[in-house]
Ligand binder design. Structure first.
Ligand SMILES: C[S@@+](CC[C@H](N)C(=O)[O-])C[C@H]1O[C@@H](n2cnc3c(N)ncnc32)[C@H](O)[C@@H]1O
Length: 229
């Protein structure tokens, strides 16, 4: 996904047509001053947004949305928030949700850094991190989505007993993440370095990136990090 990706045709009108699915919009992937201010709050009312009080799960970096769309159809009694910083990218799953008439997904076109501005504390049952950008250079460690600065934000948003479910093909990033979860007091469950060993488990929903790496024979790593309160 190139940063220089050309804007989709009729982008503004198409975004507008899906506007009812969009709960928050940042500034084109750039932290805006309002959001960056620690005390800025514009919290989403889940009951109003989804029309029910079902449990809420969040996917950070949903990309084209294949994962969240398949999961939402499998589990209609769970509400999903799909977060993606790139507006040009998030348009694809928004249009698909609209087309298929799926009623348990809403979108956040913001950076993960800004989640506390929009998501109430103690409100999430699960956070999915699928193939987050590994950012291998040391200087970018604080921007990795499993850096402790992010984990401390996620802890505030999760219910006690809620969990982060992470998949990645990048072993160094995986091991870095395991260390960060432990340093932040999460309990690790169901750790595997080869999720697809012996075939894709029947419960696992494969993401776009996962499909690509599995076809190339790369092992997929997965962990569930439980917030103990
Ligand atoms: C490598 S792609 C993976 C897409 C999808 N989850 C999958 O598994 O096929 C990572 C996605 O995360 C998004 N992303 C990266 N950093 C982010 C951040 N700080 N906040 C929100 N989205 C982010 C990128 O724009 C990109 O779409």
């Amino acid at each position: 996904m190139s940063m220089r990706m050309r804007k989709k045709r009729n982008f503004d009108a198409r975004m507008e047509a899906c506007g009812d699915l969009l709960l928050a919009k940042g500034a084109g992937g750039i932290l805006n001053m309002k959001e960056a201010a620690e005390n800025y709050r514009n919290l989403v009312d889940f009951s109003k947004a989804f029309g029910n009080d079902n449990p809420v799960a969040l996917e950070i970096g949903c990309g084209k949305g294949g994962f969240v769309i398949a999961l939402a159809k499998e589990t209609p009694n769970i509400n999903y928030l799909a977060l993606e910083k790139m507006s040009n990218v998030i348009l694809t799953p928004m249009e698909e949700v609209k087309k298929q008439g799926i009623d348990n997904i809403r979108f956040l076109n913001i950076r993960a850094e800004c989640l506390p501005c929009y998501i109430p504390e103690g409100s999430l049952d699960a956070i999915y991190l699928n193939f987050s950008t590994p950012l291998p250079k040391l200087g970018y460690a604080t921007q990795r989505l499993t850096h402790r600065n992010f984990l401390e934000k996620y802890k505030k948003l999760l219910k006690v007993g809620g969990r982060i479910l992470q998949k990645t093909d990048d072993r160094d990033f995986f091991e870095f993440s395991l260390g960060e979860y432990e340093a932040c007091g999460f309990a690790l469950e169901n750790v595997t370095y080869d999720l697809h060993e012996g075939g894709n488990p029947d419960w696992n929903v494969v993401t776009e990136y996962e499909q690509k790496w599995v076809e190339r024979g790369l092992p997929i790593h997965r962990v569930e990090a439980v917030y103990k309160g």
